[in-house]
Design a protein around this ligand. Structure first.
Ligand SMILES: Nc1ncnc2c1ncn2[C@@H]1O[C@H](COP(=O)(O)OP(=O)(O)OP(=O)(O)O)[C@@H](O)[C@H]1O
Ligand SMILES: [Mg+2]
Length: 239
């Protein structure tokens, strides 16, 4: 897999960078500054956890880093290329090829099996159909869910569902995985399983993971923990 080899080569270099990022929602009296003066450099092949109180700006920052939202000011670079200020179609292309997204609520389609969910994700992303079966099965194997791939979400535990959602997010082999509170709906044992999957993707594929969490136990498993307060980075700690 050429992209995986590439990612291994990039390990340690800055893969994701934010410079002077500010995000204001609304206008005039209703304006809310959700992020301000954000400077960030994420090394390739590392796992970064964002922490901070509710409303501190974690989701807003993840959405901007994941090319889902545009900052009001500032720039974001992914693999040395600016991803801010691009057209919607360019951003969508970057999301489909270079970024994987994981959410708190899994977002699986109930009537589809685990395999079909992952394969459908690839089809939506426009992957060439002939490789989809292999790519979907490989992704399910990476998260330890290949044996259960014929099961529907309802027949799986929360942790297993989240692992299927991760398989869907990595099936196209992105270099960056963005995860917004991926363990928030899981008990600590299942949360740890999910964190172990992230760690494995980082160490074996050189993937870069940027996630948010409220759980100090999960933060311990990251390489770097960045704290946000009122939209600003107040500390950055290497574990
Ligand atoms: N679309 C929006 N319109 C207006 N304000 C918004 C919007 N999205 C977020 N905000 C505001 O921006 C601030 C940061 O929100 P954000 O969702 O990033 O916080 P968070 O750290 O992810 O919180 P939580 O831990 O509850 O998920 C909050 O004050 C929020 O109300
Ligand atoms: Mg949030």
């Amino acid at each position: 897999m050429p992209q995986i080899e590439n990612d291994q080569e990039l390990r340690g270099e800055t893969i994701l960078e934010a410079a002077g990022v500010k995000r204001v929602f609304g206008r005039g009296h209703n304006a809310v500054t959700a992020l301000d003066q954000i400077q960030l450099a994420v090394p390739a092949g590392s796992m970064v956890a964002l922490k901070g109180r509710s409303g501190s700006g974690k989701t807003t920052l993840l959405n901007i880093l994941g090319a889902l939202d545009e900052p009001t000011e500032g720039r974001v670079m992914l693999r040395g290329r600016e991803i801010t200020g691009l057209s919607e179609s360019e951003k969508s292309r970057i999301r489909r090829t270079e970024i994987g997204l994981v959410f708190q609520s899994f977002g699986l389609i109930p009537l589809m099996s685990a395999y079909e969910n992952v394969e459908f994700g690839l089809r939506v992303a426009g992957a060439p159909a002939k490789d989809n079966r292999e790519a979907a099965e490989r992704a399910l194997e990476r998260v330890g869910m290949k044996e259960r791939m014929k099961h529907r979400p309802m027949e799986l535990s929360g942790g297993e569902q989240q692992r299927v959602a991760i398989a869907r997010a990595i099936a196209h082999q992105p270099s960056l995985l963005i995860a917004d509170e991926p363990t928030a709906e899981l008990d600590s044992k299942m949360g740890l399983q999910v964190m172990r999957v992230f760690r494995d993707l980082v160490s074996r594929s050189g993937m870069t993971v940027v996630m948010t969490t409220h759980d100090p136990g999960m933060m311990e498993l990251a390489d770097h923990v960045i704290a946000l307060e009122d939209g600003k980075i107040v500390s950055s700690q290497t574990i």
